[in-house]
Design a protein around this ligand. Structure first.
Ligand code: GLA
Length: 388
C-alpha cells in the first residue's frame, strides 16, 4: 500500500525531497455512545483500517492536496494564508482545519505542503473517517516541524479543529482513540478528565463485525448538535438542585431522585440515556475484565435500545441491522456505533457463525430497506503514527 501511494505521489508532485508517510486509524466504539460531550465514559478502539498521508514540506506557503478517494477532483491548490471553511471545499476542510488550528494554538506552520491522502475507511459510515484525516495530518505536522506535544494534545487540537473550523460540536472520543489506540486493546476513557486505561480485548473465539448501513450521514447536517444542546440545557436545570458540572457525575439513583426538575419529557429521555449509558459503560468494562463477554454483550444490546428509544438517534436502517443481528446464532451483542442517524453497527459474533451472520443479516436488510449493507470483520490496531 505504502509503496503504491509513494509512487502515485511521485507521479503527481515529483519524486525528490523528503517524502514521509503517516497513518491514522478509524475507530469503532464498543459502548458509551453520546456520553463524551456529557463528561461520561467511552470504550472505543482503533481499527487497522484508516487514512494514509504522504507528504513533503514545500519552500513556499502553497498547499497542494490530492485524495485517491476523490481523484476526480484532481489536485486542489490553496495557501496557508487563506485557510477558511467552506462547504464547497469538501474533504479538504479537514486538513485545512488542522493547519489553521496549529497556528492558532501557537505552533506556527510556516511552510506549505504537497499532500496525498488515501483512506480505506468507508466514508460517512460512522467510523470516523474525518477524525482519522485530522489526526493523520496533525501527526504529520508534529513530525515535520518537530513540535513538542503529546498525543493527547494532538487529539485536543483535532477536536478543536472539528468544533471551530468545521462547526461540528463533537466530543473527544474519536480523536482520542485514533491518536491513542493500541493493538488488541480498547480504551476506557473518562472524558471528564481524560484519564484512560487500556483494556485487552480477549475475544475468545469471537470477532468484531461492523455492518455499514450505507445510509450516509453528515454530522454537520444532522441532529448531533441539537442533542448536545438538549443535554446542556437539561444540565443547567439539574444544576439548580445539584452540585454537578456534567451529566457524567450522576448515578442512575441520583438521576431518578432529581429528574422532575427537567420539565420537558423529550429532554428527560435524553438525559436518561446520557446517565444510564455512562453507567452501562462502566459496568461493561468491569464485565469484560472479569471475562464475562456475555454480560458485555447484553449491555451493548441495552445501549442500542436506549439510543433508539431515549436518545432517538438510530433510525430504521440501524434498527433493522441490529434487530436482525440479535436473531442470529452466535451473536453476543449488537448495537449502533458512532453518532447514529445512519452509519454502522458493531456486533460481537462467534467466529464460526460470522459467515452465516453476514449472509442472513445482509439479506434481511436488503429485503426490508431496499439496498445492501456492507460488512467488515475488523482487527484492533495501533494509534496514529509515522510509517516511513
Ligand atoms: C461522533 C462524535 C463523538 C461522539 C459520538 C457519539 O462520533 O464525533 O465525539 O459524540 O459521535 O458517541
Amino acid at each position: 500500500m505504502k509503496d503504491k501511494l509513494i509512487q502515485k505521489f511521485g507521479e503527481l508532485y515529483g519524486k525528490d525531497g523528503d517524502i514521509r508517510v503517516y497513518f491514522a486509524p478509524g475507530r469503532v466504539n464498543l459502548i458509551g455512545e453520546h456520553t463524551d460531550y456529557n463528561g461520561g465514559h467511552v470504550f472505543p478502539c482503533a481499527l487497522t483500517l484508516g487514512t494514509y498521508v504522504v507528504a513533503r514540506k514545500r519552500a513556499d506557503r502553497l498547499l497542494r492536496l490530492f485524495s485517491v478517494n476523490f481523484s476526480h477532483l484532481g489536485v486542489t491548490e490553496s495557501s496557508l494564508d487563506e485557510l477558511y471553511y467552506h462547504k464547497k471545499f469538501g474533504w479538504t476542510n479537514y486538513p485545512k482545519g488542522v493547519l489553521w488550528t496549529f497556528d492558532k494554538k501557537g505552533y506556527p506552520v510556516t511552510n506549505g505542503f504537497d499532500i496525498l491522502l488515501y483512506g480505506n475507511i468507508p466514508n460517512g459510515s460512522g467510523l470516523s473517517s474525518s477524525a482519522s484525516v485530522e489526526v493523520a495530518i496533525a501527526v504529520m505536522l508534529k513530525d515535520m516541524y518537530g513540535f513538542d506535544m503529546s498525543m493527547t494534545d494532538i487529539a485536543l487540537f483535532c477536536q478543536y479543529s472539528e468544533n471551530k473550523f468545521n462547526g461540528v460540536n463533537c466530543g473527544i472520543m474519536d480523536q482520542f482513540s485514533i491518536a491513542m489506540g493500541k493493538k488488541d486493546n480498547a480504551i476506557f476513557l473518562d472524558t471528564s478528565n481524560l484519564d484512560y486505561e487500556y483494556a485487552p480485548l480477549d475475544m475468545k473465539g469471537y470477532k468484531i463485525v461492523i455492518a455499514s448501513s450505507n445510509k450516509k450521514r453528515g454530522l454537520g447536517d444532522s441532529k448531533y448538535n441539537e442533542r448536545r444542546s438538549e443535554c446542556d440545557r437539561s444540565l443547567e436545570e439539574l444544576k439548580t438542585l445539584l452540585n454537578i458540572s456534567t451529566l457524567g457525575e450522576l448515578s442512575n439513583e441520583a438521576f431518578e431522585e432529581t429528574k422532575e426538575i427537567i420539565k420537558d419529557p423529550v429532554r428527560l429521555r435524553r438525559v436518561r440515556h446520557a446517565v444510564t449509558e455512562n453507567q452501562r459503560t462502566i459496568r461493561a468494562v468491569k464485565a469484560l475484565k472479569e471475562g464475562d463477554l456475555a454480560k458485555f454483550g447484553r449491555l451493548m444490546n441495552q445501549s442500542h435500545i436506549s439510543l433508539r428509544d431515549d436518545y432517538e438517534v438510530t433510525g430504521p436502517e440501524l434498527d433493522t441491522l441490529v434487530e436482525a443481528a440479535w436473531q442470529q446464532e452466535g451473536v453476543i451483542g449488537s448495537r449502533m456505533t458512532g453518532a447514529g442517524f445512519g452509519g454502522c453497527t458493531v456486533s460481537i459474533v462467534k467466529e464460526e457463525c460470522v459467515e452465516a451472520f453476514i449472509e442472513n443479516v445482509g439479506s434481511i436488510y436488503r429485503r426490508r430497506v431496499g439496498y445492501g449493507a456492507d460488512f467488515y470483520v475488523v482487527d484492533i490496531g495501533d494509534g496514529a503514527r509515522r510509517l516511513q
